[in-house]
Design a protein around this ligand. Structure first.
Ligand code: OOG
Ligand code: NI
Length: 477
């Protein structure tokens, strides 16, 4: 006989006092959105535009609405967003991992941006299980500055010294993270304090940590280095809502007083969206001040924060992803998008042409083994009972089982590079020798990053098990 849960009353009581990590993440995501809306009013405008377009997209496409309803994923979309931060040291990255773990966010994937002329490498902290993703899929693209790519040794040492002297977490954030690790969670009051303490790390500071001369030298080495080293903390640099129709948002942005970058990053417009499409508007020039040395402040400006929106499609299998990478590369051999947007139309045409060979219907994508799907019983399947067989293909053919695309929850290195570059400006293009160093990143992180494919495959396999298991138990009744 299985032990009943009531045999462990002590543990049960202890667990009841803890807020779930999903709730902490949701609260944090909401707090971050409220803060960024105040800090960057254009973000609020973008949210309004996205809400309008999403409403219109759902009204115009009943099939899409039905699919989102059926897979229980309609609700998460209006709350869905990702942010991005850039950290300066290994210690900051390792502590950030512990802080995110309290919110049920784990590092997934490794992105090397050095190939794109940006001296960082990155991961995405995000929830991983299906239930957690449905509850709130908040993610943070987190980059670590690579001072090892800076040639000027004096400047590198100075930058290291500045970074070593700053504390990006409040003592309260550190203390509550340690408590959560010790006790396996936080109670309601602690969770509330945790959210407001951690929010401080992401706040914008308009008073620089360095003087104007140092800022200029860092900026001359690379704008991104100035952004990371010159300030008290890793201010959130964008917060991205999810749209159901990115082409429509891109087209409407000027009407809302926002100038988008020239091309949408990622795959072309398709009937069945794959992976991730993103567009952004340029970083704002914002007033900051630098310490003058005599206690006074010298006014200046800094550009770091921008706006971005994205549309998410199906997660691709390694085979599908290889085809995506190959098609993207093929289109870029024909036309490479110019930073000034002058060849945007040619690029779009080349991209669309290159992707003609990528199936654009869900059944075709599934048949070719290109994407991950979630399987569930149809109404007919739920009523079937004794008809049950263990053959998934037959069950689908008989209309007992349906399949729906699993959403891509991660990022794309070529797209991320395009977003970084459009914000760094045309003049900031810089060559670095490509030097991915995942081992070093993981040592600094204090953990290995999770493999995105394993997680999609796991969600798919669990859905199949659940379907077949349900049919078997009905058949056995
Ligand atoms: C991150 C840029 C990458 C995305 O959505 O691909 C990114 C940054 O600028 O720090 O956010
Ligand atoms: Ni982004």
């Amino acid at each position: 006989m299985r032990a009943s849960r009531s045999q462990f009353p002590l543990k049960e009581v202890a667990l009841q006092n803890h807020v779930s990590s999903d709730d902490i993440r949701s609260a944090f995501s909401a707090a971050m959105s409220a803060m960024y809306r105040q800090e960057v009013p254009a973000y609020g405008t973008l949210m309004e535009l996205v809400a309008r377009v999403n409403g219109e997209a759902l009204a115009a496409d009943p099939e899409l609405k039905e699919r989102l309803d059926a897979t229980d994923s309609l609700e998460r979309i209006s709350e869905e967003r990702h942010g991005a931060i850039r950290l300066g040291t290994a210690a900051e990255l390792a502590m950030m991992r512990r802080v995110f773990a309290v919110m049920g966010m784990y590092p997934v994937g490794y992105y090397d941006l050095s190939t794109a002329g940006v001296p960082v490498h990155s991961t995405a902290f995000r929830p991983v299980g299906e239930a957690a993703l449905k509850r709130n899929p908040f993610r943070v693209f987190t980059s670590l500055l690579r001072l090892d790519l800076i040639k000027d040794e004096t400047l590198r040492a100075e930058a290291e010294a500045v970074l070593a002297g700053r504390r990006i977490f409040t003592p309260g954030a550190v203390e509550l993270t340690e408590k959560a690790e010790r006790d396996g969670g936080l109670d309601k009051a602690e969770a509330g304090r945790f959210v407001s303490e951690v929010l401080e790390t992401f706040r914008w500071h308009d008073k620089a940590n360095v003087d104007a001369g140092m800022y200029k030298r860092l900026h001359d080495a690379h704008r991104l280095i100035a952004d990371v080293v010159s300030f008290k903390g890793p201010h959130i640099n964008h917060l991205t809502p999810r749209t159901l129709d990115i082409d429509r948002v891109q087209a409407l942005m000027p009407e809302y007083g926002i100038a988008p970058k020239a091309v949408v990053e990622g795959p072309p417009t398709r009937k069945c969206p794959i992976l991730l499409r993103q567009t952004s508007f340029k970083a704002l020039e914002e007033p900051v001040s630098f310490a003058a040395g005599d206690g006074s402040w010298k006014p200046g400006s800094h550009t770091a924060r921008f706006g971005e929106i994205e549309q998410r499609g199906i997660a691709l299998t390694p085979k599908g992803r290889a085809l995506y990478d190959e098609r993207l590369e093929a289109s870029r051999k024909i036309v490479r998008p110019a930073a000034d947007g002058s060849n945007a139309r040619e690029y779009e045409a080349a991209l669309a042409k290159a992707f003609e060979g990528f199936p654009d219907d869900w059944a075709g994508i599934r048949r070719a083994g290109l994407g991950y799907f979630s399987y569930s019983l149809t109404e007919k399947g739920r009523a079937a009972g004794s008809l049950a067989s263990g053959d998934l293909q037959a069950l689908i053919a008989d209309g007992l089982v349906r399949f729906d695309p699993i959403v891509y929850e991660d990022f794309l290195p070529v797209s991320a590079a395009g977003i970084f570059q459009s914000n760094l400006g045309d003049t900031a293009q810089q060559e670095f020798v490509a030097s991915p160093n995942q081992k070093r990143f993981e040592t600094d992180l204090g953990a290995t990053v999770l493999n995105e494919f394993d997680h999609y495959a796991g969600i798919e396999a669990a859905s199949i098990d659940q379907c077949l298991g349900a049919l078997r138990s009905v058949a056995a009744e």
